[in-house]
Design a protein around this ligand. Structure first.
Ligand code: ATP
Length: 393
């Protein structure tokens, strides 16, 4: 056999092997998705019901298996269709598991399968969901539909294409192709979350004792245009107090630790921690997802400002941006005010929105270029942050 035909035989074999590996990968993935759906007990239940050809009804005579779509949302989708969609597990949260459901003829949706819901009749659950869905703001993740049965409670949301803020800040850090998360984009997140919280605080009523209760970076999502969508609001009203107090971020606030109290000001504290996460690129320990190590960010930042390790506070990805220093220090001051140990001293969200909106974007050329460390981010520029800390001790 000539040398040329040996080489060509070698390449043919390699190409064949690659095709086989790709096919194996494809079928493995497809099976996984199918299995995922079958693992949902509700899917099994649905199959059983079909086999028995039973018409199951709730106490109030409603047909079971019906997805209830919210006003203004295009319905025309049955639970069975949703369960047949290909799906991907997004994660196991404190209040249930999330699945991304992909249908051919409409945008992807997220199905949150709630767990540990307190005993609620279908009417009480429906009222609560209608209240949550009635909270409409450009920075709140919209509820599309819900499903209630005795054993199963689902909430269907819009799918946010660009995932969560946690991944945007901390993801792919050591990978060359990471898209830098620049100052203007971080500021825009700070504004969006502040506006969403302000809206919740102004529109909560006695039904929702906690306006959000679980604000953290995995509950801040980004859509395909990078618009901020705060998720998981209102869920505190669906779970029982002992469960909420074990799992929700608000219950890890200083006032809950010291005096078993939570309030709107606990959201302000969570917002301050979120700002510190945005500014430092470090994970706060109280909301670190399992498997990640966090830092006690509030005390770490206090110490850093006091001891003047100015260069170390800000995430390198923004501290190297010329023109961003002034805004970064302003946002740091605001974060420190929001993280005050005493809830009474924290600002209201309306004031927070005003302050964040006063912080200017940097010119787009300054936002793009990665320049050497900003000369204006000196120890002097941190003096004002230090004075805020002193005033809030
Ligand atoms: N609508 C959505 N679009 C895109 N990703 C989502 C959506 N809803 C949730 N996720 C992501 O799915 C994952 C699981 O979400 P889930 O809310 O169940 O848990 P969590 O945010 O980690 O914790 P918690 O239950 O305390 O809120 C998270 O990474 C979250 O960011």
């Amino acid at each position: 056999m000539s040398r040329l035909s040996t080489i060509s035989l070698f390449f043919d074999a390699a190409a064949f092997l690659a095709v086989v590996l790709l096919l194996i990968f494809y079928f493995k993935k497809a099976t996984k998705l199918k299995e995922l759906m079958m693992r949902m007990d509700i899917a099994k239940q649905e199959e059983k019901n079909k086999e028995k050809n039973e018409q199951i009804t709730t106490e109030d005579g409603e047909e079971k298996g019906k997805l209830i779509f919210m006003d203004g949302i295009e319905g025309g989708l049955e639970l069975g269709d949703l369960l047949k969609a290909s799906a991907e597990g997004l994660g196991n949260g404190n209040f249930g598991n999330c699945y991304k459901a992909m249908l051919d003829d409409r945008p992807a949706m997220v199905v949150k399968r709630l767990k540990d819901v307190k005993p609620l009749t279908s009417e009480e659950f429906a009222n609560q969901l209608l209240f949550i869905a009635g909270l409409k703001h450009p920075n709140l993740l919209p509820v599309l539909a819900y499903y209630y049965s005795k054993d199963e409670k689902l909430v269907v949301y819009k799918y946010a294409q660009k995932g969560n803020l946690f991944s945007r800040i901390h993801g792919r850090r050591r990978v060359k192709d990471r898209i830098p998360f620049r100052w203007n984009a971080r500021l825009s997140v700070a504004r969006g979350v502040a506006r969403a919280l302000e809206y919740l605080h102004l529109n909560s009523n006695s039904q929702t004792t906690l306006p959000h209760g679980n604000l953290k970076s995995t509950n801040v999502l980004l859509d395909d245009h990078d618009v901020v969508l705060v998720s998981d609001y209102g869920l505190s009203s669906l779970v029982s107090l002992p469960i909420a107090s074990q799992r929700m971020v608000s219950y890890k606030s200083p006032e809950y630790q010291n005096a078993r109290r939570v309030s709107k000001k606990s959201d302000v504290w969570s917002y301050g921690c979120l700002l510190l996460e945005l500014l430092t690129g470090r994970i706060p320990s109280h909301s670190a997802p399992s498997g990640t190590n966090g830092v006690e960010l509030c005390s770490w930042v206090h110490q850093a400002v006091r001891e003047e390790w100015t260069a170390e506070i800000f995430d390198l990805e923004i501290s190297a941006q010329r023109g961003a220093a002034h805004g970064m220090v302003k946002l740091l001051e605001l974060a420190i005010q929001c993280c005050d140990k005493s809830p009474e001293k924290r600002p209201e969200m309306t004031q927070v929105v005003r302050e964040v909106e006063n912080i200017r974007d940097v010119e787009s050329s300054e936002d793009e270029d990665d320049l050497s460390s900003d000369p204006s981010l000196t120890d002097d520029s941190m003096t004002s942050a230090a004075s805020v800390i002193n005033g809030h001790r």
